[in-house]
Design a protein around this ligand. Structure first.
Ligand code: F6R
Length: 369
């Protein structure tokens, strides 16, 4: 049942092109328009939404952070992301025009379920992004958008994460389409780009040997840091979480711009740091800023491992290792940049002899608060 892979996690990492394509399947019409009738929420009500709060925990919350960047940019609806277990206890402001988007692979996470219930009681509309048909959270929500990653067996989430991000993009583009804002022209192009991502994920997987070798060579690392900016920030956090969970190594993800506000003090000779670099063709000066962050930490002795877009030669001279991913629009990049970080954590944990499917102290669905 592991299809020849040594673990479910490896199998699931390799199923990601399919998890994304299945999640996209059947959700656009021949003219390239998004059809999400399955939501069963009145489009008129969705048009009235003036605030979105994404509720989730762990990896699913990082998918939520990616969703925030995309939804705000495409829909111009103020969007917050909050950990479910924090939301309920702070007297949040929600009303009938607030859309709550919960993200949960299992659909059974108690923290998220309680947060959704609470928001509903306050009159908010609730929409679940979920990978498990008929589970509790979608049943208790006004609407559901299923991810089609297939059952995820390994405790740590991989393919569900990519599917969640994909579903969030679809939802963001759908809301933009409904509201008829200035991004209409872009929607079609973005959908076309989105449909090209499964193949690009496959390209990343085809090149996995480089990152696996690095993981084996780094198996005695005591601490690994991850830096990213914009959508690369939640990817960095996810890379760190995977490494903590699977390899029991101290790992932390930071927003690259935050470095000089404190974390740079951690950099000493030989400290490994992964840096998720935005596309040089993306917006503003993000790429240049991250490259200068790499220079700063390199000058202080960091061993830099860079995930960059193919053709990005500027990063080479400051990087110990460069792992290239296919070019893709900035907002969609997490579907690609996450993959090497998953492979790294999984290969490093395996090199240490750990059970990557059943990390210590963790359960697949957390059904207690
Ligand atoms: C990390 C991981 C957890 C889950 C979190 C939420 O690899 O798997 O952080 O993402 O417990 O679970 P769901 O998505 O089922 O609500």
């Amino acid at each position: 049942e592991k299809d020849g892979y040594p673990s479910f996690m490896e199998k699931e990492i390799h199923e990601q092109p399919r998890a994304v394509s299945e999640t996209l399947l059947g959700r656009t019409d021949a003219a390239g328009k998004l059809i999400l009738d399955e939501l069963r929420i009145d489009p008129e009500q969705l048009k009235q939404v003036n605030k979105i709060i994404v509720l989730a925990c762990g990896t699913s919350a990082y998918a939520g952070q990616v969703a925030k960047y995309a939804i705000e940019h495409w829909c111009r609806i103020p969007t917050e992301v909050e950990l479910s277990h924090e939301f309920r206890y702070r007297d949040p402001i929600v009303d009938g025009n607030t859309l709550i988007i919960s993200i949960s692979q299992s659909g059974e996470t108690m923290d998220t379920l309680m947060a959704v219930r609470y928001a509903r009681e306050q009159g908010a509309k609730t929409l679940a992004i979920c990978n498990t048909n008929g589970s509790t959270i979608p049943r208790e929500s006004d609407a559901v958008l299923y991810t089609h990653a297939g059952p995820e067996i390994a405790v740590a989430s991989t393919k569900a994460f990519l599917a969640q991000i994909t579903a969030a993009y679809l939802l963001g583009l759908y809301l933009a389409q409904l509201r008829g804002n200035k991004f209409q022209g872009e929607i079609k192009d973005l959908l076309a780009d989105l449909h090209k991502t499964p193949e690009k994920i496959q390209t990343v997987l085809d090149n996995e040997a480089q990152i696996r070798d690095l993981a084996v060579a780094m198996k005695d690392a005591k601490s690994v840091l991850f830096l990213g900016r914009h959508v690369g920030f939640p990817v960095a956090m996810e890379g760190a979480l995977k490494l903590k969970e699977l390899a029991y190594i101290h790992a932390e993800g930071f927003a690259a711009g935050e470095l000089k506000h404190g974390p740079i003090a951690l950099i000493e000779d030989g400290q490994p740091v992964f840096v998720v670099v935005p596309s040089p063709n993306g917006r503003d000066s993000l790429h240049a800023k991250v490259v200068s962050n790499i220079q700063e930490i390199r000058a202080r002795g960091a061993k830099t491992i860079v995930i960059a877009e193919e053709g990005d030669e500027a990063v080479r001279e400051f990087a110990e290792h460069v792992f290239y991913i296919p070019a893709t629009p900035t907002l969609l990049a997490p579907l690609l940049t996450t993959v090497p970080l998953q492979i790294f954590a999984c290969a490093l944990a395996s090199a240490k002899g750990y059970d990557v499917d059943q990390p210590r102290n963790l359960a697949k669905s957390v059904t207690v608060e």
